[in-house]
Design a protein around this ligand. Structure first.
Ligand code: F6R
Length: 618
């Protein structure tokens, strides 16, 4: 969702900014723009700096083409750029960022929403001729009214009047050596190089140049020069910032020969799953120990409820966590999507342990829910992928899932790693309550076996592609699963609809007869997850019912299940595992099925329409 890139240094800014925007494409956008300030030398003297801006609707390639055609922006070493995901105003060039003020000397890129923009607009009056319908342009004009020669001071006083959320970067023709960056509720990272700085909504644009970063906190404003970056808070008091070292590498953020990031990330899973569990368990004791939990054994024993908050795919991983906590630790667990939890006055207290589960660590609804839980006195822990993200920093502890950069909008490897970490957490609590060494060991063996089993499934990708080829013309699909395979069905169905645009729904198998069965026909295939577990015979009955209505069935079955082959020619076999670890295994063929369907239909797999990777608005 909207991406900001900024650069100030010694190198030409344009290629860095365009490459940075491309690396943020995964967040989702519909238009893009760039502004660069160039101090041109004439007869050994610097003439007044030239500030140029180019914007375009559509892909970065369109922007790149336009820049090239205009022959503009080539020499400057300072600039800002933006990908816009429309919230206020249509997708037009006028509404694309950077926005400017009446003088044309100030350029601004903004992520977030200025909630009181109508009031500010009214206060600015007719003197300010606005070019766009965005809330962001209002900020450029607001800063203009406060500008008296000090850019940082102008940004700072303007922001006192803005309500809402912002991550922003501002540059000015009269300030060829600085970019002012500010954050409230919308992330900004500053990469520290040698005589140069990079600004971005997340760390991916700066990975080729530096791994040394500073995360801005809410209410902080940085004046980013080439060689230093003083940071102040909204009261102008200096804030001490620490440089952090990222452990992601640039290679992880590349496609490495795969046609899409999504496929590459599906294939990353055996490796990153090992990263999620490494050093976090003790096989001999059948126990897990996630240090980030930050709770004494007494505090752990006093936990009476677990509440898991998340959105989308992360919420389906969280649902697996619910089953695991109840089964292993005997602690009642509930899952809530962030947008519901934050408004429904949830019952949480000092005996409630709340996990905020998020790949990006920036999802606005999950973050708001986390803050609500903290306010009510719960223990709040994050299960997060992006290092230094807001949820990671605002939780009182927690665990990184170590999936590495996930670029495709559709989440795959982050889901798997979230499930693994939740299983370990459930085991950690379970061993203090009712789980024996032997049960703990069995679970750990199943988890450690999973990467190899996932490899086996991936090696059979061709069979899944053939099934996708057969079904790619369908308009609807139903996914069914029971018990711990219900979240698997939900996740498989979400993957299919979001990247292929085929309508699909997921139900617990037992619910089919209460409604969805009415939909079944020979054109309405059902994906049934029927691996060997305590619900197997119930799923078999469901499959018989589906077949009686002549609906085709794609069965996900355990290797060796001959019956599945008798019932359907479309069977995807998966290696056997424990019931609790089934989501680690059974979700993989569903990811591949969705991927191949979308790819065969020619969809924009990595950037499905209307979706954003990091949903930082409510
Ligand atoms: C689906 C998907 C989304 C995210 C959701 C939460 O493939 O990616 O449903 O899972 O927007 O995002 P995070 O995990 O970043 O909080």
């Amino acid at each position: 969702m909207c991406g900001i890139v900024g650069y100030i240094g010694k190198q030409p800014a344009l290629p860095i900014l365009l490459q940075g925007l491309r690396r943020l494409e995964y967040r989702g956008y519909d238009s893009a723009g760039v502004a660069i300030l160039e101090s041109r030398k004439q007869n050994l003297e610097y003439s007044s700096p030239v500030l140029e801006r180019v914007r375009s609707v559509g892909r970065i390639d369109a922007l790149d083409e336009r820049v090239r055609q205009g022959g503009k922006l080539t020499g400057g070493t300072l600039g800002i750029a933006h990908t816009r995901w429309a919230t206020h105003g249509w997708i037009t060039e006028e509404n694309a960022h950077p926005h400017t003020d009446c003088t044309g000397d100030l350029m601004l890129v903004h992520n977030g929403i200025i909630e009181n923009y109508r009031e500010i607009r009214a206060r600015l009056g007719e003197r300010h001729a606005l070019q766009s319908k965005t809330d962001s342009e209002i900020l450029a004009h607001l800063i203009e009214t406060h500008y008296k020669g000090d850019l940082r001071a102008a940004v700072s006083s303007a922001l006192q009047h803005a309500c809402g959320t912002y991550g922003l970067a501002v540059m000015h023709r009269a300030h060829p050596d600085e970019i002012v960056a500010a954050r409230l509720g919308s992330p900004l990272v500053i990469g520290v190089g040698d005589g140069e700085h990079f600004i971005a909504s997340d760390a991916t644009p700066m990975l080729p140049y530096t791994k040394r970063v500073i995360f801005l906190n809410d209410g902080e404003i940085a004046t980013v020069f080439r060689d230093r970056l003083p940071v102040v808070n909204l009261k102008s008091a200096i804030v001490d910032k620490h440089i952090e070292e990222l452990d992601w590498n640039d290679e992880q953020a590349q496609k490495q020969g795969y046609p899409h990031f999504m496929l590459k990330e599906i294939f990353d899973q055996p490796t990153v799953l090992k990263d999620a569990i490494r050093g976090r368990f003790n096989m001999e004791e059948g126990a897990a120990h996630l240090g980030g939990l930050n709770m004494s054994e007494d505090e752990m024993r006093a936990v009476k409820r677990v509440s898991l908050i998340a959105c989308g795919t992360a919420s389906y991983a969280a649902m697996v966590g619910k089953y695991a906590f109840e089964r292993l630790a005997g602690i009642p667990a509930e899952i809530d999507v962030g947008s519901e939890f934050r408004y429904r006055d949830p019952i949480v207290d000092q005996h409630t342990l709340v996990f905020a589960v998020s790949q990006s660590g920036e999802t606005a609804d999950t973050l708001a829910a986390l803050r609500e839980a903290k306010r009510k006195g719960a223990y709040v822990r994050g299960i997060v992928n992006v290092i230094g993200s807001t949820i990671a920093r605002e939780s009182d502890g927690g665990t990184y899932i170590h999936a590495g950069p996930e670029i495709a909008v559709a989440s795959t490897k982050a889901y798997t790693n979230m499930v693994a970490v939740l299983l370990l957490y459930a085991l950690q609590f379970g061993r203090l309550r009712r789980v024996t060494v032997a049960t703990g060991q069995r679970l750990l063996q199943a988890i450690t076996k999973a990467p190899g089993q996932i490899e086996t499934i991936l090696s059979r990708g061709g069979d899944i592609e053939r099934i996708a080829q057969k079904y790619k013309g369908i308009e609807h699909a139903l996914y069914l699963g029971r018990g711990i395979n219900f979240p698997v069905a939900l996740e498989g169905s979400l993957k299919l609809k979001e990247i292929s645009y085929i309508h699909s729904e997921a139900y617990p198998g037992g619910e089919m007869k209460h409604g969805p069965i009415a939909l079944l026909s020979k054109n309405f295939p059902v994906v049934a997850i029927a691996t060997q577990d305590q619900m197997y015979s119930k799923m078999c009955s469901n499959i018989e019912e589906i077949r009686s209505r002549r609906a085709p069935v794609i069965i996900v079955a355990t290797e060796g299940d001959v019956w599945a082959r008798e019932l359907s020619e479309d069977v995807i076999y998966v290696p056997p595992t424990m019931e609790l670890t089934a989501p680690l295994i059974n979700t993989i063929p569903l990811q591949l099925l969705a991927y191949y369907m979308a790819a065969l239909l020619g969809r924009d797999v990595d950037r499905p329409r209307n979706l954003a990777k990091s949903v930082t608005v409510e």
